[in-house]
Design a protein around this ligand. Sequence first.
Ligand SMILES: Nc1ncnc2c1ncn2[C@@H]1O[C@H](COP(=O)(O)OP(=O)(O)O)[C@@H](O)[C@H]1O
Ligand SMILES: [Mg+2]
Length: 439
Amino acid sequence: MSKSALPAAVGGGDSLEVEVADAAAVQLIHKAVNDLFGKDELRPRIWSAAFREVLKPLIRLVPLARVGASPGFSGAHVFVCYLMDPDRNLRPSRALVVKVGDAKKIKKEYDNALELGISGDAHFATPIIDIMQCDSGDLAVLIAPFSSQKGWGDAGDHTLQVVDLWSIIDGTANRRLAHWAKQNKDHAPPPLDLCSNLKKAYTARDDLTKHIKPPRKSLDIVDLYCGYQRGLIPFKEGDGEKNEDAVAFFGTGEYIDAYSKRWVNPVHVAELLIDHLPNVTVSLGKVHGDLHPHNIVLNQLGEVSLIDFGWARADDHLIKDFVLMEANLRFMTLSPYVPEAELLALAEHLSPDDKAPTLANANANEHYEAIAFLWDKAKQTASVEEWDFEYLLPLFMVSYGLFKYLDTARNQTSAILTLLCLSKRIKPLLLSLISKGAS
Ligand SMILES: Nc1ncnc2c1ncn2[C@@H]1O[C@H](COP(=O)(O)OP(=O)(O)O)[C@@H](O)[C@H]1O
Ligand SMILES: [Mg+2]
């Protein structure tokens, strides 16, 4: 079917059903989906049941919350989208994900994904449409395959659910897969534990670096992590916010007393970093840049896709893809029911050379094993030579930035203890770097 023979109603006036979106976004999505459906090479893969007689196709946009996903932090509006033909009772199209938002950010995400050179790879849900812009030019849209659904088959309609690494950790993945499991009794459900799925995600990530020995360079480590500190840099320039959440929580003194001990204040360590901007020799390569449990999704067979390329870079510190995940595990996903002594043992465990903690709590132990796996993988991927400088300094900076979201952490005590233990460990490191720089 040529483009001109497209069913006109795909772009027709009343062919879009939507519950939440502003008018400009709706108009843009309408145009983008229409455009996509007009591509000869994609049309059959998007909607296998549809052919030219489809008279009144309807584009249905489903808000993320309906498929059990939580909104991302980028401010973009994300929908699941599919085409259907209510009059002819056709099976709906396969599900797509539509991300609409600030044109600059969306365009950057598209370019980032291209720069990584991974489009078409099954492990990455990369954008499949060129950037579309609204007339006003301030909105753009990306469309990608919905990756919690196997293959380019038909959309599961109302039964669609996002299964991500987060839902595996919080135990809701089972419920999300229940409908599919009922319909497909012959297929064993995929393993739903943290470690095996984390391993799958990082095996997928390996495709970015393909075991190439990364080049090493001495760089300003604060600058490298600027985007992850959420306010630390303007603090230096005095023209913006500090990490006010950390300052309000810890105060600005050099030490603080908490959990019956005296600790180095993380705010003091952040100030040392900003005042001295130390250089560290690091390994560079392709990074996803935002690898956390909501950006790793799974389909019903347990196959993993990495999504969300807003922070991807072709030449960046490889360790970013490890410390962000570790900080998320320590702050965001650890169960709130771990005893305090075990939280402290886990927080003090910061390098592969530290003695392994004894953890009776199953969730804490699972998190410990996941972190041990990350360390191992990080060492191989980034050829780490000096663990404390190359890994712990970044882990501190990312954790310090993540403190902004303390309210959403499942285990706030773990978040606080992690930052305190990191500060204690990092201060002497920094002082040694600073005195080396001064001499
Ligand atoms: N290709 C996809 N397959 C399945 N779910 C997706 C896909 N893209 C996005 N989502 C869901 O939408 C959420 C937000 O999308 P994302 O691209 O991560 O936006 P943000 O940049 O705001 O974090 C994700 O966390 C995930 O639940
Ligand atoms: Mg995201």
